[in-house]
Design a protein around this ligand. Sequence first.
Ligand SMILES: Cc1cc2nc3c(=O)[nH]c(=O)nc-3n(C[C@H](O)[C@H](O)[C@H](O)COP(=O)(O)OP(=O)(O)OC[C@H]3O[C@@H](n4cnc5c(N)ncnc54)[C@H](O)[C@@H]3O)c2cc1C
Ligand SMILES: NC(=O)c1ccc[n+]([C@@H]2O[C@H](COP(=O)([O-])OP(=O)(O)OC[C@H]3O[C@@H](n4cnc5c(N)ncnc54)[C@H](OP(=O)(O)O)[C@@H]3O)[C@@H](O)[C@H]2O)c1
Length: 488
Amino acid sequence: MDVKSVAVIGAGAAGAITAAALKAESYFERIKVFERREAAGGTWIYDADPGAKHPIFPGKLPVDVDRPLEIPPELPTITQPSKRERWTTTPIYSTLTTNVPDIAMCFSDKRFAYGPFVPHYIARQYVESYFAAHHTDDFLELNTTVEDLSMVLDSENKKKQDWNLTLRKYDPVRRVDIWWEERFDAVVLANGHYAVPYVPQVQGLENYLLKYPGRVLHSKFYRSPDLFAGKRIVVVGNSASGRDVSLDVLKTARLPVVISQRSKSRWDGDQPPEGIEWKPIIKEFGTDGRITFNDESYLDDVDIVVYCTGYKTSFPFWNEKANGRALWDYAENRLRGCYWHTFLRDFPTIALVGVPRTLTFRSFEYQAIAIARIWSNRNSTALPSLRDQEEWEKARAKRTRSEGKKFHDIPWDNGETTEYFDFLFKIAGLGTIHGAGRVPPVLGKDMVWAIEHLRKYPDPPQRDNQCIEAEGEWVVVKSSRQDSLAFL
Ligand SMILES: Cc1cc2nc3c(=O)[nH]c(=O)nc-3n(C[C@H](O)[C@H](O)[C@H](O)COP(=O)(O)OP(=O)(O)OC[C@H]3O[C@@H](n4cnc5c(N)ncnc54)[C@H](O)[C@@H]3O)c2cc1C
Ligand SMILES: NC(=O)c1ccc[n+]([C@@H]2O[C@H](COP(=O)([O-])OP(=O)(O)OC[C@H]3O[C@@H](n4cnc5c(N)ncnc54)[C@H](OP(=O)(O)O)[C@@H]3O)[C@@H](O)[C@H]2O)c1
């Protein structure tokens, strides 16, 4: 493969390790990391002010609510700054702490300032300083959104796919958008997948939003319980955000705080915690303000509904027309044509870091090293034939569908995470005798122990997973053999 220039989209944890892995190869002539925010850090940047508008679009997908901007006909150019909602603020709230022990959440060559579960700003500082630590900070092009990514065939070698990026940089001094294009041999998509909030379609919700503006919020815009003093709150969803937000608002809200849940979460015992009431999913929002649940029970005095119903992956910059197909299948909730969540069969010079739901930073490291090694032609094992790659995709889709699991969820306790890391580890292999190239890390015993025994959220005691030691808000448990990373 003839890759000399690489663009990375996004300067979160995935972009940080990708930049470090690419640089370590000492092979590429041009590496750039485009980041639409004013700093590196990704999810971990805390936006104390999430903005005045908190738009809710029930049942809508990113294709409707995160559409690409219209590109000016002539480039380069300068325009008035775009005012369109691009979902650039992060969902971090003031009390958020990490939920993965730091030894497993950091990259292999640098630990967090302390651990095991740290305030959000420690993770941000970590990601931001990781660029400087690897001298990759000069690759960063901040305030710069990749608005379009289109494949172009190389003028000399018609079989070679090049990538044209249309870029928009906000200049805060002149308050203008500067547009230009750049071309690269290869591109890593490290753009994260917790930006576009998802709220399900529920009968009456659209009218309720119009009649009671400000009553419905998505957890993306939740910051602190101070706004909710004395209010009756319904939290929808009981995954990590639902759990955290409901416990946070307990401090000030009118009790009980109601959690509307579709399924039992791993933290649920037989009874809700003190101050919390469980209800099934919402069946209908009435124009009189009544909220009716699926068991026909209802509430008439709700002040705020906080939807903690997660996010939808979005690639608004992916030019379907130029590239010949869509990248993400929203019906199946997965990448199309991917191999091991990282490579694309028909686009060998596009790769993705950070898509699967598994251990985060550490798994990004295995992906980044494997990609860097393949593109520098130094990988120790070749990717299999396209046919075998397709077989992998079909088999995984079939198995996950039949087991009711998600294609990109990689559990820990059944060995799938290790299998995934091992695959990337073997693809990458070692660097050179002269020290070029990062070596994929081993799964150290301490890290494995921490993943299996340290819990920010204790499991319910009846699940034979007794707490053997408590340290403030986190606990050490016997190895549970349930999915240790199910909360991720
Ligand atoms: C509320 C919340 C809490 C979490 N807590 C934990 C936790 O405790 N532990 C854990 O391990 N994980 C946690 N996660 C998961 C978290 O997302 C990962 O830890 C990790 O930060 C993801 O890194 P990333 O680089 O893939 O994505 P991100 O951090 O989202 O970074 C992607 C970057 O790409 C940029 N970008 C996107 N589109 C463009 C574009 N078109 N042009 C230019 N730039 C672009 C974005 O601005 C962003 O900076 C949490 C997630 C959320 C939402
Ligand atoms: N560090 C932290 O403490 C922290 C805090 C918050 C979030 N996070 C991270 O942020 C990421 C996102 O977490 P999240 O909790 O926001 O989203 P999430 O994990 O995707 O959970 C979405 C929740 O919404 C429910 N839901 C989805 N569609 C629904 C529908 N149509 N009707 C009713 N309920 C519906 C889901 O129920 P089902 O279970 O039935 O699908 C689930 O409870 C995760 O990686 C998480 O670890 C971390």
